[in-house]
Write a protein that binds this ligand. Structure first.
Ligand SMILES: [Zn+2]
Length: 395
């Protein structure tokens, strides 16, 4: 089924990517093709599992169960403590919290251990079943619209990775808002569409947000779109927090009016009054230390890479210097060879000049010059040649 309308009502959507259109008015990406299955059809498969259909049960147990088991385990130690830490900044136990899309129930379990009156909600029956088996937590079954919950009966609603799957996000959130007390809140994690980037730019950068383009994600919101959506359903105060997966998600708390933030000291004393709370506080503490260590590791990794680059640069410089040194040594050897050649040549010429002068001494002309007393210069020259000769031999 082709979809050409944004949640905000705008029907003039612009092309964005092969699978999404862009709503310029609110800043949302809208999936082009929506599954033809009605929500009732989608649930039929789950109903079969519930009713004990052997084939469906085998499929679930072989394919989905190991994934859920792994997810439950990792949620308890990585994103669960992170979410809880943020939740505690805005609300201390005791308080009634509903998690919509609670999966195998790990976060509901964590909230309960912290002292909250927490319950989950799932449209998948096996999640309901596993939540009670693994964490002994209550989980409602079916969409929020079908639940018999009283108006203003909840202190908070948690929706992690849910918003992008909703077919009518505004209607669903209006229902959620009615369930929350005026001083309550909704805590949301959903992919963040970086509205400043075109599809081509995302591809060029291999942006992690591209992994969010899957058929199940009907709407992908920018921060602007999320603010607009929550404003429209009556939760205009939207406070963004750092997301656990900060490179493609956003994480925020929405409320009717600004919420106060509890201090670390207030959080500690709220948790340390009971055994489970103490265990949870210790888990949060460990998580914090682990995160610090991860940060330091990343920092060290970067420093190591920089040092490696510097060492490589120095190695190149060293090689260059060695080449220069080798060519200087060759030039010096050439000079020495030339010097030796000239020494031999000087010696030969000096000997030649000596022979010539000796010849001159024997000649009549020399005897004549001697008679006139002009021989001294010849004698000096002879001495000079002899000294020159000796000098060139000595070296
Ligand atoms: Zn829109």
């Amino acid at each position: 089924m082709e979809r050409n309308k944004c949640w905000c009502g705008n029907q003039e959507l612009e092309p964005f990517s092969p699978d999404y259109r862009y709503c310029k008015i609110c800043g949302t990406l809208v999936r082009r093709e929506w599954p033809d299955l009605s929500p009732a059809d989608e649930r039929e498969g789950y109903e079969k599992y519930w009713a004990g259909d052997e084939k469906v049960r085998a499929m679930v147990e072989e394919q989905i169960l190991p994934v859920l088991e792994e997810r439950a385990r990792t949620y308890l130690v990585e994103r669960g403590p992170y979410w809880l830490r943020t939740l505690l900044h805005y609300r201390l136990p005791p308080a009634k919290i509903l998690e919509i899309g609670s999966g195998p129930g790990a976060f509901v379990g964590l909230m309960q251990a912290a002292g909250f009156d927490a319950l989950g909600l799932e449209v998948q029956p096996w999640s309901v079943d596993l939540s009670s088996r693994w964490f002994q937590v209550p989980v409602l079954y079916g969409p929020i619209e079908e639940q018999h919950l009283s108006t203003a009966s909840l202190d908070g609603v948690v929706m992690m990775d849910v918003l992008e799957h909703l077919t009518e996000p505004e209607d669903t959130l209006r229902r959620v808002t009615r369930l929350v007390r005026p001083e309550g809140f909704v805590l949301v994690q959903t992919p963040e569409f970086p509205e400043n980037l075109s599809y081509a730019e995302m591809q060029a950068q291999q942006h992690p947000f591209l992994a969010m383009f899957i058929p199940e994600h009907r709407f992908l919101f920018s921060r602007r779109a999320a603010q607009r959506l929550f404003q429209r359903v009556g939760l205009p105060w939207v406070q963004f927090e750092e997301a656990f997966f900060a490179h493609y998600d956003m994480f925020f708390v929405a409320a009717v009016r600004p919420l106060q933030r509890y201090t670390p000291e207030e959080i500690r004393s709220a948790l340390e009054g009971h055994l489970k709370g103490r265990v949870v506080y210790a888990l949060l503490d460990l998580w914090e230390q682990h995160r610090e260590r991860k940060r330091r590791n990343a920092h060290l990794q970067q420093a190591l890479q920089e040092t490696q680059a510097k060492v490589q640069h120095l190695q190149h410089t060293h090689t260059d210097l060695e080449h220069t040194l080798a060519s200087l040594q060759r030039a010096l050897a050439d000079c020495e060879a030339q010097e030796a050649h000239w020494r031999v040549e000087t010696h030969r010429r000096a000997a030649q000049a000596g022979e010539m002068l000796e010849g001159l001494q024997q000649s009549r002309a020399f005897r004549l010059l001697r008679r006139f007393g002009r021989w001294q210069r010849i004698e000096d020259l002879l001495k000079h040649v002899a000294a020159w000769n000796e000098e060139s031999l000595e070296e």
